[in-house]
Design a protein around this ligand. Structure first.
Ligand SMILES: NC(=O)c1ccc[n+]([C@@H]2O[C@H](COP(=O)([O-])OP(=O)(O)OC[C@H]3O[C@@H](n4cnc5c(N)ncnc54)[C@H](OP(=O)(O)O)[C@@H]3O)[C@@H](O)[C@H]2O)c1
Length: 294
């Protein structure tokens, strides 16, 4: 029996790195990844996030394997179509291939991974609407987008945009600064923060910020008797409408994230992290700058 709580509905299991990163890794411990996905589901994280691009499609296959022993209708599976597959026929084909790899008859949330200014948005939207009609996808998400792009999709899609997935953590503040989160909140679109744990940016001393990296984080973590990772994640989860997608193949790490349900950061401490965290940039170190389509 999968136990769900409202809190857990704000948590998605990410899978970037399972089976490999950009291409399939022959040395990867696939069994461990499959077990981690199953463990997360048993613990109530029933929302799984992936992409056709992860490990060259292998990650979707691992998810397909992992979810076999659960009722499909209790799970929420999100995957993404890459930015160079956004022509009409390519979107349809990508979706069908993802379905095959995931061994499922529908995708709950189908994301556009990134915008591609070379491909007319109407063409992509026509394909998404067709996939909705065919029942192959249930909802549409947008990833790495700004407000203007969300508005354009919203005007032409048959269904309201279900979710926006952008990079957002204590360091990467673009979605906060550009009011993308506020826009989602007002328009009842889930805002899903990718990379909630790893603080990557040029010159970053350690992406997992062990004690001694950021004094403020150490101080707050000590006050609540929690780890730095838990405080960083909780700072996100205490924000209205903000959800997280985190990756872990480690059961203890999954438990550590779930344990954030058991405490609250006082507003004064939350605000200090929000305003005084010493490194605040737009997007960290990835090339996922938001594209606004014209
Ligand atoms: N839309 C997009 O363009 C986009 C881009 C990037 C990522 N994403 C999605 O977002 C997900 C998360 O991003 P991410 O994987 O880059 O970063 P992340 O979730 O912030 O960090 C993942 C890393 O943190 C470690 N970790 C997890 N829990 C931990 C804990 N409690 N303590 C210490 N370390 C912990 C993991 O290692 P272990 O496995 O050993 O726990 C892994 O190395 C991805 O998997 C993917 O689904 C989307």
């Amino acid at each position: 029996m999968i136990k769900r709580s409202y809190y857990k509905q704000k948590i998605w299991l990410g899978t970037f790195g399972m089976g490999g990163y950009v291409t399939s890794d022959p040395n990867n411990d696939d069994e461990r990844d499959v077990e981690a996905i199953r463990y997360a589901i048993k613990k109530g994280i029933f929302q799984i996030d992936t992409s056709e691009s992860y490990a060259g499609g292998k990650t979707e296959m691992l998810i397909g394997e992992a979810i076999k022993c659960f009722s499909r209708n209790r799970l929420v599976i999100a995957t993404k179509v890459r930015e160079y597959n956004l022509f009409y026929d390519a979107v349809i084909e990508s979706c069908k291939k993802s379905l095959e790899r995931l061994q499922t008859s529908y995708i709950d949330v189908y994301y556009i991974h990134k915008q591609n200014p070379e491909i007319p948005i109407n063409e992509t939207i026509a394909a998404l609407n067709k996939l909705l009609d065919m029942g192959l996808i249930k909802n549409i998400g947008l990833s790495n987008v700004g407000i203007d792009t969300i508005k354009k999709y919203s005007q032409l899609l048959k269904k309201p945009v279900y979710a926006v997935q952008n990079q957002y953590n204590l360091v990467c503040r673009e979605s906060q600064r550009k009011k993308i989160i506020d826009y989602c909140r007002k328009n009842r679109i889930r805002f899903i923060a990718w990379r909630p744990i790893r603080l990557l940016y040029p010159g970053c001393p350690d992406p997992f910020y062990p004690e001694g990296t950021y004094k403020l984080l150490d101080e707050v973590a000590k006050k609540y008797n929690k780890t730095n990772v838990q405080i960083a994640v909780k700072w996100l989860l205490q924000q209205d409408c903000v959800e997280i997608v985190f990756k872990s193949s480690n059961k203890d790490h999954i438990d550590e994230i779930l344990d954030t349900e058991n405490f609250e950061i006082l507003y004064e401490d939350w605000k200090r992290l929000d305003e005084e965290f010493p490194v605040q940039l737009e997007v960290g170190c990835t090339a996922n700058n938001y594209f606004e389509v014209t």
